[in-house]
Design a protein around this ligand. Structure first.
Ligand code: 2HG
Ligand code: ZN
Length: 467
C-alpha cells in the first residue's frame, strides 16, 4: 500500500472509530460494486458513518487529502452508479437507518438514508398510510439510493417516481456543508429548489443523509389481472381500453420468453395454459362492484377484438402476489444468463415503434440470440435484456452487445426517447448521455456539479465521463 493510502486510512480512523473503517477484502469486494457486476471492485476502504455530521467530516477529510468518495446504499443499482473501481473511499449509509414515527397530521415519515425501502413501507402501513414507490429490490434497496437515482418501479403510472414523495432532504454537499432542503413543507416558493437537484443526482453533488417522505392513503383492494396478448400492437390498445374504464395502479408487460424463464427456473405457475407472445399485468383498485363489472366488460371487449387471448383475475391477496411474481421475478431469474441490459423509454404512444425499432436492430445483428422483453409499459419504459449464449465468452458477449448499443441509442434518439428511463446513468450510460441530453445541457450539469463539488471528489465517472 502506498504511503498516501496509509495516511488516508489513518486519518479516517482518527476521524471515526476503528470499527467504522474497513479494508477487509470481502467488505471491499461487496461494497465496491452494485448489481451490474460489470466492473472489478477496487475501493481503498469502506467507512460507516453514524450521523450526518460524521459524513460532513469525511467529506472535509477527502477535500484535505484529495481522495474520491462513492456513496453507497443497498447497491441494487443496474447502471454502475455505486461502483468503486479506482481506489475510492466508499461511504456506506447502512448505519443511518432510523425510521421515525409517522406524523399522521403531516402524513410524512422521517428516515435516515440507510433505511430499507420495505421497512419504510411497513412503517407507513402500520399507521394506515402508504409509501407507494415499489419494485422487486425493495427488500434490500435503501431510501437514500432510491432518492439519489429517483427510483421508479411498478406503480409509477399512478404515483409517479420517487421525486414526487420527497418532502425534505438533509444533504452534505461536496464542500462538506450540511443543507436542510425544504424541511418537509408542502408549500415553499422561495426560489430554486435544490432538493430536486439532489434527487436523481447519483451522488455527484454530495450525500443524501436523511429524508422526510410523503405518504398517502393505501389503495383499496388492489386486484391483479394477467392478460395473454395476441401481439405487440394489442398492448397499447388494451391499455387505452382498460385505462378508460378505471385508473390503474400498474400496467406492466413481459414476453413469453420472460414468462417461460420464471416458470422454469423460479417455480412460478403459469397464469393460464394458453401461451401468448406477450402478457400484460394490470393492477387496479376493486373499490366497488361497478368497477369490477366495468373491468370485466372491458376485458371481454378486448377478447372480442382479438387483442386478448386469455385472462385471469386475482381473487385474493395471495393470488395477486403469486401473479406479480410472473413479472417481479424476471430480473433476478435471468441473471444466470448474465444479460446485457438496457432500460429505455419513449412517450407511451411511441412504445410500439420503439420496441419494433430496437427489436429489428438486435435481430439484424444477432438473429439467434434470445431477447427478453419486459417493463413498465404504461410508463413508456421497456427493459431490454439480451441473454448471453452459453458458448460465448462474457467479454466477447459484452463487446458484441456494445456494438449494437449505438444503433439502439440512435433509434431512441430518433423517437425522442431516453437511454435511461429509471436506472440512471451511472458508469454504463455515461459515454452515451449525449443521445438524450444536449451538449449545452451536459455543460450546465457540469457547471452545477462544480458549485457543489468544486474538488471533484464526489462519485467520479458517474453520469459524466471523467474530464
Ligand atoms: C424491473 O423492472 C427492474 O424488474 C429491473 O427495473 C430491470 O432487470 C432489468 O432490466
Ligand atoms: Zn424496472
Amino acid at each position: 500500500m502506498q504511503r498516501s493510502s496509509i495516511d488516508v486510512i489513518h486519518s479516517l480512523e482518527t476521524l471515526l472509530s476503528k470499527d467504522q473503517v474497513s479494508t477487509e477484502a470481502s467488505v471491499l469486494e461487496s461494497y465496491g460494486q452494485d448489481w451490474t457486476r460489470f466492473t472489478q471492485p477496487a475501493p481503498l476502504a469502506i467507512v460507516f458513518p453514524r450521523s450526518t455530521n460524521e459524513v460532513a467530516d469525511i467529506v472535509k477529510c477527502a477535500r484535505t487529502h484529495k481522495f474520491a468518495l462513492v456513496p453507497s446504499g443497498g447497491r441494487t443499482g443496474l447502471s454502475g452508479g455505486a461502483v468503486a473501481a479506482n481506489g475510492e473511499v466508499v461511504v456506506s449509509l447502512d448505519k443511518l437507518n432510523t425510521i421515525e414515527a409517522v406524523n399522521k397530521t403531516d402524513r410524512t415519515i422521517a428516515v435516515g438514508a440507510g433505511a430499507i425501502t420495505q421497512a419504510i413501507q411497513a412503517a407507513a402501513r402500520e399507521a394506515d398510510l402508504f409509501y407507494p414507490v415499489d419494485f422487486a429490490s425493495s427488500g434490500s434497496s435503501q431510501i437514500g439510493g432510491n432518492i439519489a437515482t429517483n427510483a421508479g418501479g411498478i406503480n409509477v403510472i399512478r404515483y409517479g417516481m420517487t421525486r414526487e414523495w420527497v418532502a425534505g432532504l438533509t444533504v452534505v454537499t461536496g464542500t462538506g456543508e450540511i443543507l436542510e432542503l425544504n424541511r418537509g413543507l408542502m408549500k415553499n416558493n422561495t426560489g430554486l429548489d435544490f432538493r430536486h437537484l439532489f434527487i436523481g443526482s447519483e451522488g455527484v453533488l454530495g450525500f443524501i443523509t436523511e429524508a422526510t417522505l410523503r405518504l398517502c392513503s393505501p389503495p383499496k383492494d388492489p386486484t391483479v389481472l394477467v392478460l395473454g396478448l395476441s401481439d405487440m400492437d394489442a398492448i397499447m390498445l388494451v391499455l387505452e381500453r382498460i385505462q378508460g374504464t378505471t385508473p390503474l395502479l400498474a400496467y406492466e408487460f413481459f414476453s413469453e420468453l420472460a414468462a417461460s424463464k420464471v416458470v422454469e427456473h423460479a417455480g412460478v405457475a403459469r397464469p393460464f395454459d394458453t401461451k401468448t407472445p406477450f402478457y400484460a399485468l394490470i393492477e387496479f383498485e376493486r373499490d366497488s362492484e361497478e368497477t369490477e363489472a366495468a373491468v370485466f366488460e372491458a376485458v371481454e371487449a378486448c377478447m372480442e377484438s382479438g387483442w386478448v387471448l386469455d385472462a385471469v383475475m386475482s381473487q385474493s391477496v395471495a393470488q395477486a402476489r403469486a401473479l406479480w411474481r410472473l413479472r417481479e421475478d424476471i430480473s433476478e431469474t435471468i441473471t444466470r444468463w448474465t444479460p446485457y441490459k438496457n432500460d429505455i423509454s419513449s412517450t407511451v404512444s411511441k412504445v410500439p415503434q420503439l420496441l419494433s425499432a430496437v427489436d429489428t436492430v438486435v435481430h439484424n445483428h444477432y438473429p439467434d440470440w434470445e431477447v427478453c422483453w419486459y417493463g413498465h409499459i404504461g410508463d413508456g419504459n421497456l427493459h431490454l435484456n439480451i441473454l448471453k449464449p452459453e458458448n460465448l465468452d462474457i467479454s466477447d458477449f459484452k463487446a458484441r452487445c456494445g456494438d449494437v448499443s449505438v444503433d439502439i441509442f440512435e433509434a431512441i434518439r430518433g423517437l425522442g426517447g431516453s437511454i435511461s428511463a429509471e436506472h440512471g446513468v451511472g458508469t454504463l450510460k455515461a459515454p452515451f448521455l449525449e443521445y438524450t441530453r444536449t451538449e449545452s445541457e451536459i455543460a450546465s450539469m457540469r457547471a452545477i456539479k462544480a458549485i457543489f463539488d468544486p474538488d471533484e471528489i464526489m462519485n467520479p465517472g458517474k453520469i459524466f465521463l471523467a474530464n
